[in-house]
Design a protein around this ligand. Structure first.
Ligand SMILES: Cc1cc2nc3c(=O)[nH]c(=O)nc-3n(C[C@H](O)[C@H](O)[C@H](O)COP(=O)(O)O)c2cc1C
Length: 313
């Protein structure tokens, strides 16, 4: 069986601008996931993520939208919105680690209350046409919650369970718990997707060897840092393609144009581009020098000149 590769949702990075530029220039991703929808305090869905999933903003391959909810009512409000837009599937975020979120039983904060997760699923599944997948960490305070939750999830017709092999309170520090992930594999009858810390082809090879029954892999930060990673994994090739600089340049121009088409505030767009380079610069041998050059740019014109110099000179 071949390996299937998914681009992880990364709020403020893998939005429709990024996904569309990616799909026009790069490839080898089997599924794209959009960052999560969530409710505002006034009971409506937050506007930014709502725009992100509009079909007009997603003209290329199918995207799986995500939502974050800690009660059936909010879940269904967002699921109905997505279903009305024509989506067939939604991913439920049980991974967000931030304390402000987790203390309200959202994201990974609900993982140590399995009865709550199950009762939400019991209520929403009969009331939505959407297939439901889950993206979870392995627990909130530690990685033991998954041992209770995965077997209990077997009673539901889920499309998949994506597991980021950390616990919530870790945030992004420390390593993934590979032993716990391995222990979890036989507990699920659902399609399991491994996620966490795949940054190189070598990382992928090690994990593939360790988890031979896993054929679905989700990659986030590693793919933003090196958007050629999917292609390199599929081709089992540790080096970037020969023409990577030209392709990456085309990708960056599309990304920039897409933002400029949507925002008249060039200053904000420039800040956004610089933010990306915190990841992109790691593709270069002289990563600090490259990042410094980009950070120094004061206008979109200077930014365009700089990426041309860095990539095409
Ligand atoms: C800046 C940032 C934003 C993220 N936003 C989301 C999100 O909207 N939904 C989600 O499920 N996970 C989100 N994540 C988690 C990633 O999807 C992924 O699970 C995590 O980064 C581990 O995978 P990686 O090591 O391949 O990056 C985010 C992570 C980062 C660093």
């Amino acid at each position: 069986m071949r390996d299937f590769l998914y681009l992880a949702p990364l709020q403020s990075f893998t939005d429709h601008h990024f996904r569309n530029a990616f799909q026009q220039t790069l490839g080898d991703v089997d599924r794209f996931y959009a960052p999560y929808l969530k409710m505002s305090n006034d009971g409506t869905i937050k506007d930014g993520p709502k725009q992100d999933v509009l079909p007009k903003n997603n003209p290329f391959e199918e995207v799986v939208p995500q939502l974050m909810a800690c009660c059936a009512e909010d879940f269904l409000t967002m699921a109905n919105y997505l279903s009305d837009l024509g989506y067939q599937e939604v991913n439920w975020n049980l991974g967000c680690p931030y304390p402000m979120v987790a203390k309200r039983d959202l994201g990974s904060g609900i993982l140590n209350k399995p009865e709550k997760v199950l009762s939400i699923l019991e209520e929403v599944i009969p009331k939505t046409k959407l297939k439901i997948g889950i993206k979870m960490r392995m627990g909130y305070e530690d990685t033991t919650d998954i041992l209770t939750l995965l077997p209990a999830l077997n009673q539901f017709p889920l499309s998949e369970v994506i597991v980021h092999a950390r616990y919530g309170k870790q945030l992004y520090t420390g390593g993934c718990d590979y032993d716990r992930f391995e222990e979890s594999i036989p507990l699920s009858k659902h399609r399991l997707i491994y996620n966490g810390d795949i940054a190189t082809v070598e990382d992928f090879r090690i994990l593939k060897k360790r988890f031979p029954s896993i054929h679905h892999w989700m990659i986030g930060r590693g793919a933003v840092s090196n958007p050629f990673l999917f292609e390199m994994i599929q081709e089992n090739e540790c080096e970037k393609p020969e023409d990577w600089k030209e392709v990456f340049h085309d990708f960056l121009i599309l990304l920039l144009e897409s933002h400029l088409n949507e925002s008249s505030n060039e200053g904000n767009v420039l800040i956004k581009m610089k933010h990306f380079w915190e990841y992109f610069s790691s593709s270069f041998e002289n990563d600090t020098g490259v990042y410094r050059k980009i950070k120094k740019t004061d206008s979109i014109k200077e930014y365009q000149d700089q990426i041309e110099q860095i990539l095409l000179a």
